[in-house]
Design a protein around this ligand. Structure first.
Ligand code: NDP
Ligand code: OXD
Length: 309
C-alpha cells in the first residue's frame, strides 16, 4: 500500500522520519511527487488543493493532519464514500491545553491592563479575583475542550462547557444545544471557542452572542476564524462591553496587514499556533489506524460528515 503525504514543505523531513520509524517498509509518496495515482490507498494531508483527492481511484482512507477537517469538507470535489479520520494525538491535545490555560490566566490576571500600564509607566495594583469566582465557558467539549475543562477545574475555576450533547465531566457544568447557548454565555466571564467549523458554528460568535456575555468578559478564539463575526467583535471591544480577546484564528490567514486586530490594545494576536500536531504521535496514530482497517476493525476517530466534524 502507498501512503500519500501532503503538508507544509518545511515539515516534510520530520514526518518522513516519524512515518518510517513506525512503519519501515512504508511506500511513502510525498506530494507532488506521487508517482502512479492508482497506487495511493491512504492519504495523510493538510489543505490539499481542491479536487486533488478525487484523482486517486483506489483511495481507501483520508487522514487529516489536523484536528479540524474543514480543509477537507470544504472541497466540493471530495471523493464520496471515502472515510475521513481526524487527528487525535497527545501532543496536539497537550499543546492546546497549554495555550488556552496561558490565555485564560492572562485575562484572569489582568495582564492586558498591566501591559497598558507598563506602556504608560503606571504602577497600580488591581484587586486579585480568586479562580473560583471566575466563570470560564468552553464552547466544544470534545477531545481538546474536554482536556482543557479538566485542567481548568483542577485550578479551581468555575468551569462550564457547551456542546451538542450533554456531558458529565467532574467539576464542569454542562450546557448543550440551542436552548443551552444563551444561558451558557450569560455565565462566561472568559469564553473559549474550541468548536469545529461547520455550517452551524460559522458566525456563531456574533453581536447577539457577545451581548449575552457578562459586561467585561474576554474571548479566547482558537477554533476557526469563520466562527467569529470580526466586525461584531471589534464593536463589542470598542464599546468596552468585552474587556479583551486572544485571537489565534482568523477569517483570512495570514491576518491581512491592515487588520485592526494587529494594533488593538485589548487584543492578543497569534498566527494559528495554539497547538500543532506532533509528527511522532500522529504517525503512530495513523499507522495503527491503517493496521486496524486492514485487519477489518473499525477505524478510530472517523468524521461524521453529516454532522460536519
Ligand atoms: P471534537 O470533534 O473532539 O469536539 C468537538 C466538540 O464541539 C464536541 O464537544 C461537539 O459536541 C462540539 N460541537 C460541534 N458542533 C457543535 C454545535 N453545533 N453546537 C454545540 N457544540 C458543538 O474536536 P476537537 O476537540 O478535537 O477539535 C476542535 C477544533 O479545534 C478543531 O475542529 C479545530 O477547528 C480546532 N483546532 C484549532 C487549533 C489551533 O491551533 N488553533 C489546533 C487544533 C484544533 P458533542 O460532544 O456533543 O459532539
Ligand atoms: C488543527 C489545526 O485543526 O492546527 O489541528 O488548526
Amino acid at each position: 500500500m502507498a501512503l500519500l503525504f501532503k503538508s507544509d514543505i518545511d515539515r516534510g523531513d520530520s514526518w518522513r522520519r516519524a512515518l518510517l520509524e513506525v512503519e519501515p517498509g512504508l511506500d511513502l509518496r510525498e506530494w507532488p511527487e506521487i508517482g502512479e495515482p492508482r497506487d495511493i490507498e491512504y492519504a495523510l494531508v493538510w489543505q490539499p488543493p481542491r479536487g486533488e483527492l478525487k484523482s486517486y481511484p483506489n483511495l481507501k482512507v483520508i487522514f487529516s493532519i489536523g484536528a479540524g477537517i474543514d480543509h477537507l469538507a470544504s472541497d466540493p470535489e471530495l471523493p464520496k464514500g471515502v472515510p475521513i479520520v481526524r487527528m487525535v494525538e497527545p501532543g496536539l491535545t497537550a499543546g492546546m491545553t497549554e495555550f488556552v490555560l496561558m490565555s485564560v490566566l492572562y485575562h484572569h490576571r489582568f495582564m492586558l491592563d498591566y501591559a497598558e500600564q507598563r506602556r504608560n509607566r503606571v504602577w497600580r495594583e488591581i484587586d486579585q479575583v480568586p479562580s473560583w469566582d471566575r466563570r470560564v465557558g468552553i464552547m466544544g467539549l470534545g477531545v481538546l475542550g474536554g482536556d482543557l475543562a479538566e485542567k481548568l477545574a483542577t485550578l479551581r475555576f468555575d468551569v462550564a462547557g457547551w456542546s451538542r450533547s450533554p456531558k458529565d465531566l467532574p467539576g464542569v457544568t454542562s450546557f448543550h444545544g440551542a436552548g443551552g447557548f444563551i444561558p451558557f454565555l450569560e455565565r462566561s466571564d472568559i469564553l473559549v471557542c474550541l468548536l469545529p467549523l461547520t455550517p452551524e458554528t460559522t458566525d456563531i460568535l456574533n453581536a447577539r452572542a457577545f451581548a449575552a456575555l457578562p459586561e467585561g468578559a474576554a474571548l479566547v478564539s482558537v477554533g476557526r476564524g469563520a466562527q467569529v463575526v470580526e466586525a461584531d467583535l471589534l464593536a463589542a471591544l470598542d464599546s468596552g462591553h468585552l474587556d479583551g480577546a486572544t485571537l489565534d484564528v482568523f477569517r483570512e490567514e495570514p491576518l491581512p496587514e491592515d487588520s485592526p486586530f494587529w494594533d488593538h490594545p485589548r487584543v492578543v494576536v497569534t498566527p494559528h499556533v495554539a497547538s500543532m500536531t506532533i509528527a511522532r504521535g500522529a504517525c503512530a496514530f495513523v499507522i495503527d489506524n491503517i493496521r486496524r482497517f486492514e485487519a477489518g476493525q473499525p477505524l478510530l476517530h472517523v468524521v461524521d460528515l453529516d454532522q460536519g466534524y
